[in-house]
Design a protein around this ligand. Structure first.
Ligand code: UFG
Length: 317
């Protein structure tokens, strides 16, 4: 099995490539290294340096005996997507069309796509299952919904089978330290905590402590990146077995508050973590927790990491 991993030098992509190689598959990384890192490329994987907006190059990469595509490359900062929608339209929407058109032209029929819990917007109930209405409140989330819709049509009209994986809060790093390149300008909670622990930031700002949750801070479902990577390989195998297109939530069903993440960090480091309470961040739902029942029953996926302390430990290592 030969898999083209678009965005394979990035945070989740590099873990997916590792998992593919560990399972004996062949992987070719397609990445423009705009946010991914050269250091994340594994010697056992092929590499094409290219942009998803470079359609001819993408199509050529697809024609190299590829059985399945994992498409991760995208802009992913929610706040930035509201300030610069043009950038997100170009990368996430034009990029998505390029991937689908290149697959249609090259006759590659299996696609695993990085979607997000951002497709749901403000949750109407939780745990959130895949039937929850799609109501994105960010341009980023909108781009993910649009790609899911495009994939439905390319399935119908071009027979491309897809799996959309709706990640909840991806966190942590490979426990064996295989991934060396970290996100530049991190915007998410755990990488920010790492910067505080490393002394690169004075303190963690906790955005809001007046939510209706057990300690007033937001509840999220942190899912370990190696568990996410395993789900991609299961999804590819499932598609190549001839199963139909599907959408899966990837989370642990465990809700953890920001304050609990801070406490877990203190346990791991044995030192106090300086925090400061700040106003709520616009657009943050109080609670975002997945139901992962469908992924468990139909994909055979079960997250290994269920404790936030274990996840934080891999983030800080
Ligand atoms: N937080 C802080 N301080 C920080 C950073 C984050 O208190 O410095 C809090 C946030 O308010 C939130 C939690 O930590 O309650 C997690 O925040 P992240 O920014 O790490 O993640 P989000 O839950 O906002 O975002 C995630 C994914 C997005 C996805 C979104 C869906 O990273 O890709 O869920 O709502 F779109």
């Amino acid at each position: 099995m030969k898999v083209l991993v678009i965005g394979g030098a990035g945070y989740i992509g590099s873990h997916v490539v590792k998992e593919l190689l560990d399972r004996g598959a062949q992987a070719v990384v397609y990445d423009d290294l705009s946010s991914g890192h050269k250091i994340n490329l594994f010697p056992g994987a092929g590499f094409v340096e290219g942009d998803i907006l470079d359609y001819p190059k993408l199509k050529t990469a697809m024609e190299d005996g590829i059985d399945a595509v994992v498409y991760l490359a995208a802009k992913k900062a929610v706040g930035e997507s509201m300030e610069n929608p043009e950038l997100y339209a170009e990368n996430n929407l034009i990029g998505a069309v390029n991937v689908l058109n290149a697959m249609a032209k090259s006759n590659v029929k299996a696609l695993v796509f990085s979607s997000s819990a951002a497709v749901y917007g403000m949750p109407e109930y939780w745990p959130i299952d895949e039937e929850h209405p799609l109501n994105p409140i960010s341009f980023y989330g909108f781009t993910k919904v649009e790609m899911e819709r495009l994939m439905e049509w390319y399935d119908r009209l071009r027979g491309i089978k897809y799996t959309a994986l709706r990640y909840f809060n991806a966190a942590g790093y490979d426990a064996g330290g295989a991934i060396k390149g970290r996100d530049r300008n991190p915007q998410n909670l755990l990488p920010i905590i790492r910067e505080v622990v490393d002394g690169k930031r004075e303190c963690l700002q906790i955005f809001g402590n007046d939510y209706e949750t057990r300690d007033g801070t937001c509840v999220r479902d942190y899912v370990h990146v190696s568990d996410l990577a395993a789900a991609h390989v299961l999804a590819i195998n499932r598609l190549l077995e001839g199963k139909p297109s599907a959408v899966f939530n990837l989370g642990t069903t465990n809700g953890v508050t920001v304050q609990e993440v801070a406490a877990a960090t203190e346990k791991v480091t044995g030192k106090p973590l300086p925090v400061r309470y700040a106003p709520r961040r616009p657009g943050d739902p109080a609670v975002l927790v997945a139901s992962n029942r469908k992924a468990e029953t139909e994909l055979g996926w079960k997250p290994v990491y269920t404790s936030i302390e274990d996840i934080v430990r891999t983030e800080l290592a």
